[in-house]
Design a protein around this ligand. Structure first.
Ligand code: NAP
Length: 277
């Protein structure tokens, strides 16, 4: 067996300059005194297969995959986890000693771990979740919420047919709500999740009346630039427990790091500070 002297991992995307993943994994490597490195890799669509298939020979033990390659990578991997198949996308690759490439999706795990850390009292089975958005991130989150036992998912998306398509795919636990009436769905919500890009720096604001939102509803936004989005600020002002999106990014990196470098890393305030610097 060919064991690399310095195990390498990285994040593959296009563009990749803004990715926080290198800072996070380098922090963990230093914190646990591990030999290894983690690098950003800007890879175009036409280079993707070639790069991924060459990486194991260059000492890479695995990689994260981000926008726009999360779906395309499914065609390149030799093995797909059940979660990756269900979500239809992968964000974590493991280059196995037998030469095979295994692909997994840890976005849903990251989302749930962040939610449980930020709102430990939240009980998945206690009531419906309102999910805004039906893009790639929403798919992983819907699968994770259903898996956790959320009884009903009220799904609102600007482009309604995309929400309808998710209902067809993931089942009747999803009820599609009109985008402009999403505020009325908040009344009985146990959880509100924004999975759209609205509220992100450079994007329009999320315009959603919170008049029906109860203080007992946990509110989370997967946008983390800014860390405190207007949605989280407004919900906190109503007395809701709020959970920011940075933790989702940090927790989704845990399973990959553990597989590549043999140490289960912790997500704590020191890591958050290191990534935010
Ligand atoms: P995506 O697949 O492109 O989906 C974008 C979603 O935002 C769609 O539902 C889209 O609605 C909606 N949207 C965009 N512009 C809108 C507007 N002007 N009005 C109403 N809805 C709008 O993107 P994604 O991969 O799911 O990512 C979504 C956001 O989550 C991004 O900001 C991303 O950075 C963030 N994210 C964070 C994490 C984390 O770890 N915290 C992980 C993944 C993603 P339509 O279908 O109508 O276009």
């Amino acid at each position: 067996m060919n064991v690399p002297a310095i195990p390498l991992a990285g994040v593959i995307g296009f563009p990749i300059g803004q990715s926080a993943s290198p800072r996070m994994h380098k922090y963990w490597l230093a914190r646990y005194g591990l030999v290894g490195d983690y690098v950003p890799l800007e890879v175009s669509e036409s280079q993707l297969r070639n790069v991924i298939q060459t990486m194991p020979q260059m000492g890479f033990v695995g990689a994260n995959v981000t926008i726009p390659h999360k779906t395309a990578v499914m065609q390149i991997a030799d093995h797909l986890s059940d979660r990756a198949i269900l979500v239809g996308a992968a964000n974590t690759l493991i280059f196995r000693p037998d030469g095979k490439i295994h692909a997994d999706n840890t976005d849903g795990y990251g989302f749930m771990s962040n939610l449980r850390q930020g709102a430990p009292h939240w009980n998945a089975k206690s009531g419906p979740a309102v999910v805004l958005g039906a893009g790639g991130a929403a798919r992983a989150i819907i699968v994770a919420l259903a898996d956790a036992g959320v009884p009903q998912i009220l799904l609102a998306n600007r482009t309604r047919p995309k929400a309808e398509a998710l209902r067809s795919e993931f089942g009747t636990r999803i009820k599609v709500v009109d985008w402009v009436q999403a505020n009325t769905a908040l009344e009985d919500a146990n959880l509100l999740v924004n999975t759209t890009s609205l509220g992100m720096i450079g994007q329009p604001e999320l315009r959603l009346s919170l008049d029906y939102l109860s203080p007992s509803t946990v509110v989370t936004d997967i946008v983390y630039k800014p860390l405190r989005t207007p949605l989280l600020e407004h919900a906190a002002a109503r007395g809701c427990v709020t959970v920011d999106g940075l933790g989702m990014l940090l927790h989704q990196g845990v399973p990959g790091f553990e597989r590549w470098f043999g140490q289960r890393p912790e997500v704590d305030d020191a890591l958050r500070q290191a990534v935010l610097e």
